[in-house]
Design a protein around this ligand. Structure first.
Ligand code: FMN
Length: 293
């Protein structure tokens, strides 16, 4: 499937872009409304984009009453990204979403809290959320950890159904004249092309560590980039920063992906992983459950 990355598309203001996806992922929702950080919140760099949005969102109450009904009319499955500051925040939001049929999955944004203890933090959040909902749970991980495969295994053991890889990495841009940070809060999350090799490594290590379904993202700009993520072990791919520059990216990348697979004489994208890992073919390993993008 082709998805958007959380926070990179507003389906209510750009419904046609969202309809070009196989599922729409919301911006992270927290228990209470959040104004977000002080401007400036977005800056371009030579290799990608920095953002410090600060999880601005209407909070779960208004999200359920105001945002979910029009999202239901979109006709595209909705994944809700859930965030919080305490473990219980995640569980509360998950139970609030459990009865809404339009929500086809929940992405747990476990990338922010307790960065000093990522394994424990992922375990607690996923395990508590698991008790609060029957929806499929995707754990979205930060690449800024010593061993992402270990965090992935912890999320799997705690009951996650899949992994979303990766979130942004901390970066800084200085104004060329004042030498002060270009973003209001100072640091921001780096996304776009600079993140791609890091994200590919994360997908490859987490797939090897868990064999779980993975949504791969980080700097995807072309169909070839998407194919690379599938070859590394992703079942689905998500588009983030590219959507700000090119709202037509979903259709373009889908076409490029078809062309790249056809050029290689492959009948389907799922072949990418097997072909990139020939030894798995030689021992007859099947890739059951892997579907096309
Ligand atoms: C402006 C902006 C806002 C974002 N907001 C969120 C968010 O609310 N929750 C989340 O999990 N990730 C958020 N992200 C991270 C993206 O979902 C994605 O993980 C990251 O940008 C890497 O993909 P990309 O390089 O294709 O953009 C945001 C990214 C950007 C650029």
């Amino acid at each position: 499937m082709l998805l958007n990355a959380s926070g990179c598309l507003d389906a209510l203001t750009a419904p046609d872009v969202a309809r070009g996806l196989d599922a729409f992922v919301t911006k992270t929702v927290t228990p209470l409304p959040r104004e977000g950080n002080t401007p400036v919140r977005i800056a371009e760099t030579d290799v990608g984009m920095l953002n410090s949005i600060g999880l601005a969102n209407p909070g779960i109450d208004r999200f359920v009453t105001r945002n979910l009904p029009p999202l239901e009319k979109l006709g595209v499955p909705v994944w809700v990204s859930v965030g919080g500051f305490e473990t219980d925040d995640y569980a509360d939001i998950c139970s609030r979403l459990d009865d809404h049929a339009v929500v086809s999955a929940i992405e747990l944004n476990v990338s922010c809290p307790n960065v000093d203890a990522p394994v424990e933090s992922a375990t607690e959040i996923v395990a508590t959320a698991r008790l609060a909902t029957r929806k499929p749970l995707w754990a979205k991980l930060s690449p800024a950890v010593p061993d992402i495969g270990e965090v992935a295994r912890a999320a799997q053991a705690a009951g996650a159904d899949g992994l979303s890889l990766v979130n942004t990495m901390r970066g800084l841009k200085l104004d060329a004249w004042t030498l002060r940070p270009a973003l209001g809060p100072g640091y921001g999350g780096l996304s776009g092309p600079a993140l791609k090799p890091i994200a590919l490594a994360a997908v490859a290590s987490c797939y090897r560590a868990t064999q779980m379904p993975i949504v791969g993202m980080g700097g995807i700009q072309t169909g070839m980039d998407a194919l690379g993520f599938i070859a590394a072990g992703a079942l689905h791919v998500a588009l983030g920063t590219v959507l700000f520059a090119d709202p037509g990216a979903p259709a373009r990348i889908r076409a490029e992906l078809h062309a790249a697979a056809a050029d290689r004489g492959w009948s389907a994208y799922e072949d990418a992983y097997a072909i990139a890992h020939e030894e798995s073919l030689s021992v007859g390993t099947t890739l059951d459950g892997r579907s096309s993008v």
